[in-house]
Design a protein around this ligand. Structure first.
Ligand SMILES: [Fe+2]
Length: 336
């Protein structure tokens, strides 16, 4: 009896030692967005997660550090940023049935180096009072002269708009995409400026009637503690574009991650990525930042369900990264 208790205790001790590792994450995601995931994972496994946060320069840093880098994992948003790590050969090939089964093939690397973990869509907000719900249904409508002087947008060269531009090139070809961008720019109510939140504020203040925004800003403002923010959101309705039968669906971008090629803790790092696609973590993405689950079978938290569901463009998301330079060229040409 004594021996078996000792054995059990030894096993627990050993398994704790095996699991009591720490992981170092390089993150482009803001600390407050990561913290709930880190807390949940550490509580569950005892693994300590140390995060180096920076909005810029992490790929260069990792590249310069090479095999001496302490980093095990990278986490970021936007496919072009993620793809840069692959391009610089900084990511390990991960053999994980869980990741492959839970992430649609078009939202992960075909080389199993990076993986989408949540989704966001580039949506269109329209004024509740000054527009009718059927007035803008597709991205293509944004170039229609009937919207002259009505549209607000942040600058075209922001990664969110560059990715949208790339998706238009993929759908229509570069020439038509440029015509679309010209049409959009000639419909702007004012010089592109501000972030996505401020576009909703501009609809509220009457400066414009239509805005291009990532859907989660609408969710964040709708449920904000700040009454002014709630007023901004209330002035608009959100449209998920290109939903008609046979249409391609709304453009989506991802938050995602990958294991660092030189990590000494690849197995533990892979386990953390696998945790991020479990139902528990997928619901957290919705709760924390109104992001949609990467796994189309996952449940939606209540407030995300209230925001609505949509059909998404199932373009290989890697193509968005590959088309980003061409997208930027068009954005520069049309002065978006
Ligand atoms: Fe954002």
């Amino acid at each position: 009896m004594k021996i078996s208790i000792l054995l059990v205790l030894t096993t627990i001790f050993i398994s704790n030692v095996v699991n009591a590792k720490s992981l170092n994450i390089y993150s482009h995601r803001q600390p407050y967005l990561l913290k709930p995931f880190i807390d949940a994972y550490t509580k569950k496994t005892g693994v300590q997660l140390n995060v180096v946060y920076s909005s810029k320069g992490l790929a260069q840093r990792l590249s310069a550090e090479g095999a001496n880098s302490p980093a095990d994992l990278i986490l970021t948003v936007d496919i072009a940023r993620l793809y840069r790590y692959e391009d610089l050969d900084l990511l390990a090939k991960i053999d994980s049935k869980i990741l492959i089964e839970n992430i649609p093939p078009y939202l992960r690397s075909k080389n199993n180096t990076w993986f989408g973990l949540s989704k966001r869509t580039r949506a269109i907000a329209i004024s509740k009072d000054r527009m009718n719900s059927g007035d803008v249904l597709r991205y293509e409508d944004l170039a229609d002269p009937k919207l002259k002087g009505k549209i607000c947008s942040r600058p075209g060269s922001h990664v969110y708009n560059r990715a949208l531009m790339a998706s238009i090139i993929a759908a229509k070809g570069a020439d038509d995409a440029e015509k679309w961008a010209k049409g959009l720019v000639s419909n702007l109510a004012k010089r592109p400026q501000g972030n996505d939140r401020s576009q909703l504020k501009s609809i509220y203040s009457g400066e414009c009637d239509v805005a291009i925004i990532n859907h989660y800003y609408y969710g964040k403002l709708t449920y904000s503690k700040n009454p002014d923010h709630r007023k901004w959101a209330k002035a608009s309705i959100i449209v998920f574009p290109n939903q008609g039968p046979g249409d391609r669906g709304a453009h989506v971008n991802i938050s995602g991650g990958g294991v660092v090629k030189f990590s000494k803790n690849k197995e533990t790092a892979t386990k953390f990525l696998e945790f991020l696609v479990t139902d528990e973590a997928q619901i957290l993405y919705g709760d924390v930042n109104f992001e949609y689950p990467i796994n189309n079978k996952s449940k939606l938290p209540k407030r995300l369900k209230a925001l609505g569901t949509f059909k998404e463009d199932s373009l290989l998301i890697e193509d968005i990264a590959k088309l980003a330079p061409k997208a930027q060229e068009i954005i520069d040409t049309v002065y978006w």
